[in-house]
Design a protein around this ligand. Sequence first.
Ligand SMILES: *Cc1c(COP(=O)(O)O)cnc(C)c1O
Length: 409
Amino acid sequence: MTAPKHAPMTHFATANDELVLGGVPLSRLAERAGGTPFYVYERAALTRRVRHLREALPPEVRIHYALKANPMPAVVQHLAALVDGIDVASAGEMRIALDTPMKAEHISMAGPGKRREEIAAAIAAGIVLNVESFRELETVAGESARLGLRGRVALRVNPVFELKAAGMKMSGGAKPFGVDEEAIPALLKRTGELDLDFVGLHIFSGSQNLNAAVLIEAQKKSVELALRLAADCPGPIRKLNIGGGFGIPYFPGDRPLEIAPIGEALRARLAELRGAWPEAELILELGRYLVGEAGIYVCRIIDRKISRGQVFLVVDGGLHHHLAASGNFGQVIRKNYPVAIGNRMTAERREIASVVGPLCTPLDLLADKMELAAAEVGDLVVVFQSGAYGLTASPQGFLSHPPAREMLV
Ligand SMILES: *Cc1c(COP(=O)(O)O)cnc(C)c1O
C-alpha cells in the first residue's frame, strides 16, 4: 500500500495510482459493476469498524444497526452477523432485517407514523415496537388482540434535554418523535392496563455528533431519565435504548469521534442501570458510524469544460444518486465531501475543478472548486464517506437517468 501524497481522508488502499476496495482496483470494479455510476461498500471496513467499537465499549453494551443508513440487503446481512440487533423504521426495512439471521426479538421498529398494517406486521413478526404516541399504543393493543399475540413494546421518549451541537436534532422542545417526557408516566400507566409485553424505553436525542463529551452527557441524562421513570414502569426494563448519534468526519476540519472516553463513561451507566434492573440491556443504535466510512460513490467523467476560466468536470452521476454529497440533505452551508480522482490517487499534477452531474440544475454539484488531480474524460471520480444516506436518501427518479448500482466487496 503506497501512501498517496495528495490523498483525501481515506482508509482504503491504493495501488498503481488507483484506489483499491476489497482487494480490487477501482477500474476493475467499474467493469464488474457493468458501468458507472455505482456505490461500492467494503466488507473488511464494516468488520473493522464494529471490531473497533467493541474494543472500546464494555462488552455488555448492545450495538444495534439503524438500517435506514444503508438498507442494501447484502450490507445488512453482513452487519447482522456482527451486531446485536437491528433497528428499522418501516415495514419495508423490517422485511430486510427479518431476511437476516437476526432474531425478531432483537429487531425494533421506530417512526412517528406507523400505519396499522405495519403495526400488525411487526406484531406478527414478533419484533419490538417503539411506541411514539398514545394513539399508537391503542393501535398496537388493538392489533395484538386481533392477532391473538402480545405485542412487544418499548416507549419512545422525547426528553426535555437536547443533544448539543448535533448535526440533526431529534429531541428537546416540540418534536414529532416519541412522547414528551412529561407525559411518559401516563403512557406507562396505560401500557400497564393493556395486555402488552413492555420491554423498556427508547431515548434518541440526535445524530451526527463528533464531540464525545456531548454524547457522554446525553447518555448520562438518558440513563438518569430512565431511572426517574422506574417507579412508573409496568414491569422491569429489559431494554434501554439510549440512541446513538455517533458521527463521522465529512468535511475539512472535522475530527473523528473519540470512542475510548465514551466506552469509559458507559461503564458507569451500565452500573447505574444494572443497580435498578439487573437484567437490563443497554443498547446503542448506530447508523452512519457503522457504514458511512465503508462506502464510496463512483462516477465517470463524460465531459471536461472550461467556463470563464473555471474547470468543470461533468460526470454521469450526481445528486439524483447522492443528494447528501451535493449538500442538499440537511446541510445549512454547502461544503465539499471528500472527493478524489480514483484512478489518479497519487498524481502530481493538480488543478482546481468543480465536479457537476448531468442534471439541469445548479444544485447538481459534487465538488465545488476543489483541488483534485488534473483529470480527463473517462477518469473515475470518487466520493468518500458515502456508505450511509447515499442511494436510498436520494431522488433517483429526478430527470429519469439510469439508477446507480450497488456492490459489496
Ligand atoms: C436515523 C436514526 C438513527 C441513525 O442515525 P445515524 O446518524 O445514522 O447514526 C438511529 N436511531 C433512530 C431512531 C433514527 O431515526
